[in-house]
Design a binder for this molecule. Structure first.
Ligand code: FES
Ligand code: FES
Length: 157
């Protein structure tokens, strides 16, 4: 089935089987491999993208369910000149990553939170990120990064 999408600001048409997960379409059909697969069972959050502006786990939905959708992946958030998105810069500054496997999903989830709640408390950030698992950092620096990147992310929205 053909599905027309807008991916990182550009029109894209994919030809997929009806049972193709959105994450598979993103990684294998669109070749945007910054979106990771850590579990395939909607637990780890590594596959988080923005679907029509909201963070979703792309392993938990089918590509054919979203004709006309706007999809933003980690590849689509940097500025036109290549400068990092403020949330990416905050993760770098605050050492909010180690191996980096969870990072694309963490960043996309954090962007969704901060666009809607730029003044989210530490507790609200931790609650929002409950669906994103990091095996490396212990979360402390991830929470610091989200706090640091929040205002600039909201301003950029
Ligand atoms: Fe989607 Fe783990 S790969 S939640
Ligand atoms: Fe390694 Fe999060 S930085 S899983």
């Amino acid at each position: 089935m053909q599905v027309q999408l807008k991916v990182n600001g550009k029109p894209a048409t994919i030809d997929v089987a009806p049972n193709t997960l959105l994450v598979t379409a993103i990684r294998e059909h669109l070749r945007l491999t910054g979106t990771h697969v850590g579990c395939d069972t909607a637990q780890c959050g590594a596959c988080t993208i923005l679907l029509n502006g909201r963070a979703v786990k792309s392993c938990n939905t089918l590509a054919v369910q979203h004709p006309g959708a706007e999809i933003t992946t980690i590849e689509g958030i940097a500025a036109a000149d290549g400068a990092m998105h403020p949330m990416q810069a905050a993760f770098k500054d605050c050492h909010g990553l180690q191996c980096g496997f969870c990072t694309p999903g963490m960043v996309m989830s954090a962007i969704d939170l901060c666009k809607r709640h730029p003044n989210a408390s530490e507790a609200e950030i931790r609650e929002h990120l409950e669906g994103n698992i990091c095996r490396c950092t212990g979360y402390q620096n991830i929470v610091k990064a989200v706090q640091q990147g929040a205002a600039a992310t909201a301003a950029a929205a």
